[in-house]
Design a protein around this ligand. Structure first.
Ligand SMILES: [Fe+2]
Length: 489
């Protein structure tokens, strides 16, 4: 337990860490069922499919994975039917590494936080990691992809969730650089955080390992055609998980944190065990949407995994992100078995205002509720916006476990938390009500883990008030996972 968490523990208080660990028990079965409606009813007008991705299995062959980020990709699919029912299906993403490890009954590949059991010789110079396919899911031009930031996307059948295979986007993700770069990374990584512009093109990036540290930038047009990637050289290795897209810019936050590449390469440790923060400000890299006009700004030190949104306002660029005061080290999962410590700081939604004339950066916290995993109205992506919905915590909680759904009015600077504690909440996905015009006229879908029942429920909340409109019970618990997407019918 971290010192932060230990300081928070009081007699009789729920053990959130234990509940979080139980919420991440590996998935026992793949099922196809109609969900039991435990409360309320599916709102009229809510039609379509919610897909979620996350680490569905966190051990293999009797060996526990070293990090939540290593879990095998697993999709939850919720189909809202015309007659007000919810059809649920869950499937693992059958990557080639998953299939090989299934057949072998043991871990064969290294990952972000896991070395292959058997010591140094099993890991020395082994840099082909498992594609966990566990971080997000995106639908574009009729295709559905499971995403993982270190490798190629996997294409899925949107109905059956069958894995159709790795997809290099018509060859665009084959590494076009020199021989040594191609040897290190034959394929370009495609991050788990693509963003769509208002014209319907999908933009993404990959942090490509090679002879230099580079950002690979890609764009897929609305018809699904992926342009040849562009590259931007970086002055060091960074952990870049998410980016921002405005009308004219792509924006990256480069926090001074590093992995120890030689230790990782030599197999002495998995990458996360060598990850550490470095002193110094965050560099904000602003690139023209057409990949020109790179500009750099300096922000206060810290670390950000996720950004709800960004937009332009004349000469200013407004960016909202969940800022941690230092980079996270360790894991959220119980790691008592190998004595590692978890030191995950709580993230707080923070507004950055970049003045493109003066180069100045202003920062201010938008809410005192810690939060993460936010979504906005997709019609406001990259544009001025007012609301975001996130997982959140009561004010004052320092343990990094979220039990609530948090709505922040970034314009008024007010927030509303609906706390489901001691249950754990998953990323709330906002779905606009068809025909509605207000930015919070719609529903928030969040899968939660109900500890007393040891099962998950899907919540449909009124996006204005966070009142429960429908609560549907799953036949089992699955890890709540990271990110999802809603595809309207
Ligand atoms: Fe993410």
């Amino acid at each position: 337990m971290s010192s932060d968490a230990a300081a928070m523990t009081t007699p009789g208080a729920p053990d959130l860490r234990a509940i979080f660990d139980r919420s991440n028990a590996s998935v026992a079965a793949e099922v196809d069922v109609l969900l039991e409606i435990a409360e309320g009813a599916v709102p009229a007008g809510l039609r379509g499919t919610l897909f979620r991705n996350g680490p569905g299995r966190l051990e293999h062959g009797g060996v526990k994975y070293g990090h939540l980020f290593d879990g095998d990709g697993h999709i939850n699919r919720f189909g809202f039917t015309d007659d007000g029912q919810i059809r649920y299906r869950n499937r693992f993403v059958r990557t080639r590494e998953f299939a090989e490890e299934e057949a072998a009954g043991k871990i064969l590949y290294r990952n972000f936080g896991t070395n292959i059991p058997g010591g140094l010789l099993k890991n020395l110079l082994r840099m082909r990691f498992k594609n966990a396919a566990n971080t997000s899911v995106v639908a574009h031009a009729g295709a559905l992809y499971a995403l993982w930031e270190g490798g190629l996307p996997h294409r899925l059948d949107p109905e059956s969730l069958a894995t159709l295979g790795r997809d290099d986007l018509g060859g665009a993700l084959q590494n076009p650089l020199g021989r040594i770069d191609r040897m290190i990374s034959p394929e370009l990584p495609f991050s788990a955080h693509p963003r769509r512009d208002q014209e319907g093109s999908l933009y993404n990036f990959g942090a490509a390992a090679g002879t230099k540290s580079r950002l690979c930038l890609v764009k897929i047009d609305p018809s699904g055609r992926c342009e040849r990637p562009d590259f931007v050289d970086l002055d060091g290795m960074f952990f870049i998980h998410d980016f921002l897209l405005t009308e004219n810019y792509r924006i990256f936050f480069l926090a001074p944190a590093a992995f120890d590449a030689p230790r990782t390469l030599l197999g002495l440790a998995p990458p996360i065990a060598t990850f550490k923060g470095l002193p110094g400000p965050i560099e904000v890299l602003v690139i023209g949407k057409d990949n020109t006009r790179a500009r750099r700004f300096k922000a206060e030190p810290g670390f950000i995994f996720h950004f709800p949104n960004a937009y332009e306002d004349g000469d200013r660029i407004i960016i909202d992100g969940f800022r941690m005061d230092r980079p996270p080290v360790g894991d959220l999962l119980d790691s008592a078995q190998d004595g590692r410590q978890t030191t995950f700081p709580q993230p707080f939604l923070t507004r950055y205002v970049l003045d493109t004339r003066s180069g100045a950066v202003e920062e201010r916290r938008l809410t005192e509720h810690a939060g993460e995993l936010a979504t906005v109205d997709p019609r406001r992506a990259g544009l001025p916006y007012r609301y975001t919905w996130a997982v959140g915590s009561p004010v004052g909680r320092v343990e990094p476990y979220h039990t609530g759904v948090l709505k922040v009015d970034v314009e008024a600077g007010t927030s509303l938390l609906r706390d489901f504690g001691p249950n754990m909440t998953g990323e709330p996905v906002f779905v606009p009500r068809p025909g509605g015009s207000d930015e919070d006229d719609g529903w928030v879908l969040s899968m939660i883990y109900v500890d007393s029942l040891r099962t998950n429920e899907l919540l449909v909340l009124d996006a204005r008030t966070l009142a429960t409109l429908c609560r549907a019970r799953l036949p089992h618990s699955t890890p709540l996972g990271f990110h999802g997407t809603f595809v309207a019918a």
